[in-house]
Design a protein around this ligand. Structure first.
Ligand SMILES: CCCCCCCCCCCCCCCCCCCCCCCCCCCC(=O)SCCNC(=O)CCNC(=O)[C@H](O)C(C)(C)COP(=O)(O)OP(=O)(O)OC[C@H]1O[C@@H](n2cnc3c(N)ncnc32)[C@H](O)[C@@H]1OP(=O)(O)O
Ligand SMILES: NC(=O)C1=CN([C@@H]2O[C@H](COP(=O)(O)OP(=O)(O)OC[C@H]3O[C@@H](n4cnc5c(N)ncnc54)[C@H](OP(=O)(O)O)[C@@H]3O)[C@@H](O)[C@H]2O)C=CC1
Length: 481
């Protein structure tokens, strides 16, 4: 790798022309993605194949999971609705994915010697998306994945002679203990190396005891270890061309490959289900606080543009790019909640427990009151009814888990943050009109009402797998309440 001259003159000539410079840049490239089986990783792979079908290969570092082999997991991803367009544009997509066995929790990721050799000698671009995004992960596990694995990947990257760019996906909340956040890496009170070392010799009970002291004013081990991960990237970047992308709360697709695609319960998705099914009827949230959601396809477009810019322009320092919506096109939680409820009227979820209708309260006492009246009491009554009819009670347990989840998300829905976006705006101005269209990350064009409606519809179709034909019956069901 290194910063030797390699300016791709033929691509810059196309600037202003009709062909996408960024798509052309990825043609013929060997790209390594970690976290390709995750929410963002899948959308990243999809877009790469769709816009640069003649890329050489995508190496994905992955592990077997839930009884599925690597090949079965890849097969399942490629046969999902998300990849329908890709299979038309790039019929050889199966041959262009090379699944490499890797466990990011292991030394050298447990990659075989032959695979490692191939990765080291062929990789041109790295997108590091893998992470644990759980808020309640024990510190040891979060450090292993979000910090140590990043350090190991950087070490691998430094041995790749053909590497042009290393793009690290972080989170806009890695410094959420601040209210105004610039596109810089902020130092952590304790050096990441010291934290990594201490994880090796401290036992679990001591780690649990010191975790609150270490994370300080960070809300959880996730944001804390993502901040440490950024510091590792900055400290160990050496001669690599590195950039950090910081998305805020990543939501369903806005436009590509089609609106409303989502495949997990993270962020607002799980709560939207809980509200639509009538379980969640009140939440401790500040209606005027900014709901800094960002569609996953917007994040992917920015990430690919950053990959191109970092490789071609090779900025002298590690640039950080905020991928946020709040300062360009703000929407607040009140408006979002209102629109979610309005969509439930048109497109209700099936077999709801109660009619969706919830209150936002930022008052602790009112929140306790609503939890007792709107959540715990109906659950107890329903469980009593299940017992009477000879069935196993389950609602109280489900409700307790839901309330635990909402309490973990509360930190993020009762505060507003300001993220500066100079680098992101600079990058937008560097793109040709064609690239601005093909790799659109201009969140000012997003119509929130339309987006939220498509998001709720996407949850119904792709997460709940409910049929649109069932809407009249779902409406009938709600009328009975
Ligand atoms: C004026 C006002 C008008 C008002 C009208 C009012 C109308 C209100 C209507 C309500 C509509 C609501 C819509 C808006 C509310 C939105 C709130 C959104 C909050 C979003 C905040 C996110 C902040 C993220 C900031 C950081 C961003 C990142 O960088 S990281 C990515 C985000 N990461 C996550 O989201 C991970 C969070 N999850 C976890 O850490 C864990 O899952 C957990 C600790 C929360 C739970 O762990 P646990 O071990 O208990 O359970 P787990 O095995 O994981 O799952 C248990 C069951 O719970 C389900 N589940 C999981 N996640 C969620 C979730 N987010 N919401 C709901 N349910 C969830 C899971 O499937 C399991 O189910 P079962 O298998 O059935 O048991
Ligand atoms: N979703 C969000 O709201 C936001 C996400 N981010 C960041 O974006 C990135 C992607 O997040 P997202 O796609 O949502 O996360 P997901 O949880 O959907 O995906 C995580 C990915 O990491 C992989 N992974 C986890 N542990 C290991 C391991 N030990 N070995 C190999 N692979 C592993 C998972 O693989 P497997 O499928 O095998 O589990 C999966 O592919 C992360 O860096 C996250 O911090 C930033 C802001 C918001």
């Amino acid at each position: 790798m290194g910063r030797e001259r390699n300016l791709f003159p033929e691509l810059s000539e196309r600037k202003g022309g009709t062909m996408s410079t960024i798509a052309a840049f990825y043609s013929g490239k060997s790209i390594l993605i970690t976290g390709a089986t995750g929410f963002m990783g899948k959308v990243l792979m999809e877009k790469l194949f769709r816009t640069s079908p003649d890329l050489k290969v995508i190496y994905i570092l992955m592990r077997p999971k839930a009884g599925q082999t690597l090949q079965q997991r890849v097969f399942q991803i490629l046969n999902s609705k998300l990849f329908e367009k890709v299979k038309e544009v790039c019929p050889t997509v199966h041959d262009k994915i090379r699944a490499i066995y890797a466990d990011l929790n292991q030394n050298d990721f447990a990659i075989s010697r032959e695979d490692m050799q191939e990765l080291l000698s062929c990789t041109n671009i790295i997108f590091h998306c893998a992470a644990t995004v759980r808020f309640d992960d024990p510190l040891r596990h979060a450090v292993q994945l979000n910090v140590t694995a990043t350090q190991q990947l950087l070490l691998m990257a430094s041995q790749m002679p053909k590497l042009e760019a290393f793009i690290h996906i972080s989170t806009a909340f890695s410094n959420c203990n601040l209210t105004h956040i610039d596109e810089v890496v902020y130092p952590c009170p304790v050096e990441p190396k010291k934290i990594i070392d201490s994880m090796e010799w401290l036992d679990d009970s001591i780690i649990d005891e010191i975790t609150p002291k270490l994370i300080g004013d960070q809300p959880n081990t996730y944001t804390y270890t993502k901040a440490l991960g950024e510091m590792v990237v900055q400290q160990e970047s050496g001669n690599l061309n590195i950039a950090i992308v910081r998305p805020s709360i990543v939501g369903a697709t806005w436009q590509e490959p089609f609106p409303g695609w989502v495949d997990n319960l993270n962020g607002p998705s799980g709560l939207i289900i809980a509200a639509g099914k009538g379980f969640l009827r009140a939440i401790k949230a500040t209606p005027m606080a900014v709901a800094d959601l960002i569609p996953v396809d917007t994040v992917v477009n920015l990430t690919l543009a950053v990959g191109w810019y970092t490789a071609v322009h090779r900025p002298k320092s590690t640039l950080v790019y905020h991928c946020t919506s709040g300062n360009l096109n703000p929407c607040n939680w009140g408006k979002m909640g209102f629109q979610v409820l309005a969509t439930f009227e048109k497109i209700p979820f099936e077999r709801a427990f109660r009619r969706p209708n919830a209150d936002f309260t930022s008052n602790n006492f009112m929140n306790q009151y609503w939890n007792a009246v709107s959540h715990r009491a109906p659950a107890i009554i329903y469980d009593f009814y299940l017992r009477l009819t000879g069935r196993k009670p389950r609602m109280t347990k489900l409700m307790n888990r839901l309330l635990r989840t909402t309490s973990m998300l509360e930190y993020f829905i009762n505060r507003s943050w300001e993220w500066s976006t100079y680098n992101t705006e600079m990058l937008m101005s560097e793109l040709s009109p064609e690239d601005q269209r093909v790799f659109n990350f201009d969140v000012r064009q997003l119509n929130w009402l339309e987006y939220i409606e498509n998001y709720v519809l996407g949850i119904k179709k792709y997460l709940l797998k409910e049929d649109m034909a069932g809407i009249p019956e779902a409406k009938q069901h709600l009328k009975r309440f």
